[in-house]
Design a protein around this ligand. Structure first.
Ligand code: ADP
Ligand code: NI
Length: 215
């Protein structure tokens, strides 16, 4: 199997599918996850090709991009076989993607090192400078405010305290972004998350200072 050919075909397929998505699942999200997965995979001595391929395909069967995610999964499976991916690799990629996109409370843990790496890479794109950009882009897309001190005091509140319609971009930092560093699977991912987490804390300090007109 010609790995470079497969990766190039995967890039083209993803670009075709998600080129114009504005909800944060665009091609450039996929690009960053793939690059980050490669970085982590090299450091963790994992299968770099498998990590890159899975990262490129990780949102292809997601419910956010498909009316029928199960059909999208079957299409993805067939696409990989047709493109020349070995059967064991196809099964591995599908296993990772389906575990990663599992919704609900009893999410099964990702099983393999490669799966842990791609999940780390996906989570890393939700924090740090990139995560900040995506939160505001997503909030704007949803028509939500940047911040409202009545809804989101600086202290961390429980998700129950934020009900539907009570959401701002800044709230989402506390609901999700600031929690992600503790969910990392790999040592490399954890170290990268720690850096990005610090950057977000610095950003929030500056944000609140500017909000109050401090000089
Ligand atoms: P994923 O499937 O990658 O977890 P999501 O659809 O949950 O993605 O989120 C995509 C991007 O939009 C992420 O960067 C996330 O932080 C951001 N996002 C998701 N929900 C909200 C929200 N309620 N407010 C602001 N940003 C959000
Ligand atoms: Ni993603």
């Amino acid at each position: 199997m010609d790995q470079q050919h497969i990766l190039e075909q995967a890039r083209l397929a993803v670009q075709k599918k998600m080129g114009d998505d504005s909800s944060g699942h665009d091609w450039w999200h996929t690009y960053r996850v793939a690059e980050t997965a490669k970085t982590i995979a090299a450091e963790e001595h994992a299968d770099v090709f498998l990590c890159e391929l899975t990262a490129l395909l990780h949102d292809m069967a997601d419910e956010k991009l498909n009316d029928d995610p199960e059909q999208a999964s079957r299409d993805l499976y067939a696409w990989m076989l047709n493109t020349g991916v070995e059967l064991t690799a196809v099964d591995h990629v599908m296993d990772i993607i389906s575990t990663m996109s599992f919704k609900g409370g009893n999410r099964p843990p990702v099983r393999t090192l490669e799966g842990k790496i791609v999940q780390d890479a996906d989570r890393l794109d939700a924090i740090g400078a990139m995560g900040i950009a995506r939160v505001f882009a997503y909030s704007g897309w949803k028509g939500r405010p940047i911040h409202d001190p009545r809804m989101s005091p600086r202290e961390q509140l429980t998700p129950e305290q934020y009900r539907n319609g009570n959401d701002t971009a800044i709230n989402h930092f506390y609901e999700k972004l600031l929690k992600l560093k503790d969910l990392m699977n790999t040592t490399t991912g954890r170290n990268m998350a720690a850096e990005r987490h610090k950057f977000m804390e610095l950003y929030l300090d500056q944000f609140y200072a500017e909000w109050e007109g401090q000089r």
